[in-house]
Design a protein around this ligand. Structure first.
Ligand code: 13P
Length: 251
């Protein structure tokens, strides 16, 4: 059985103080059992969040560099995230692929580094609207997954979380139907199965992301291949984040 996993991706929202206040309030709530929860926040927020949290809410970064050190102005190493006690790192979010030249190769290097440092990678994949319409999306997702998992040790592969986030459904007001999202999460699982085996593909948790909110979380979570959600906008308010966890719990 895969434990449902809801992760907030705050992107570049909230100041450090606002982030800490959110987490402190969240921890006063009666959070449902049997659902893993995490908040992924900007680098500078992480130390305080790690200090403030307990074992009910994991803390994640939104990126990390695969090199331990070097002349990479403005970057933060995954080694440093590990030192801080960060639990997760989002790797290859479409915004980073599109705006910051993240490639399948750098995604793979980051995945390998995160696994080495015991930080759980949340690897994002997803197609553009154009790829959806010209039907190259299957190849796109398959390639992204194959490259992300390249050279990963079989036992380590089980720890990876994949987030399928169609780019056309992020911040656009459109969302994939739960059936469509499930089909794509199934494709991700089948690709992992071909790369490794059924035991591993059945262990990997696959999230859907793109306009997930308290009103639709149950629908997504009722699908067999969707194990959770990576949530932007609806993770920014405590009430809505708790409602997402409850929805995942009750699905
Ligand atoms: P929204 O939930 O705001 O559509 O963002 C999705 C996303 O990009 C999560 O990583």
């Amino acid at each position: 059985m895969r434990t449902p996993f809801i992760a907030g991706n705050w992107k570049m929202h909230k100041t450090v103080n606002e982030a800490e206040a959110f987490l402190k309030e969240l921890l006063t709530k009666d959070l449902p059992s049997g659902v893993d929860a995490a908040i992924c926040a900007p680098f500078i927020h992480l130390d305080r969040l790690v200090q403030a949290t307990n074992d009910k809410v994991g803390i994640g970064a939104e990126n990390g560099h695969f090199e331990a050190q070097g002349a990479f102005t403005g970057e933060v190493s995954i080694d440093s995230l590990s030192d801080l006690g960060v639990d997760y790192v989002i790797i290859g979010h479409s915004e980073r692929r599109e705006m910051f030249n993240e490639t399948d190769e750098s995604v793979n290097k980051k995945v390998l580094k995160a696994l080495e440092k015991d930080v759980v990678p949340i690897v994002c994949c997803g197609e553009t609207l154009e790829e959806r319409e010209n039907e190259t999306y299957i190849e796109k997702i398959t390639t992204q997954i194959e490259k992300a998992f390249k050279d990963v040790d079989a036992e380590d592969a089980k720890k990876i979380v994949v987030a399928y986030e169609p780019i056309w459904a992020i911040g656009t007001g459109k969302s994939a139907t739960s059936e469509d999202a499930n089909k794509m999460c199934q494709l991700v699982r089948e690709t992992i199965e071909k790369t490794f085996n059924t035991e591993i593909s059945e262990a990997v948790r696959i999230q859907y992301g793109g306009l997930v909110k308290p009103e639709n979380i149950k629908e997504y979570m009722s699908e067999p291949h969707i194990d959770g959600a990576l949530v932007g906008g609806a993770s920014l308010e405590v009430e809505s984040f708790v409602a997402l966890l409850e929805g995942a719990h009750n699905a």
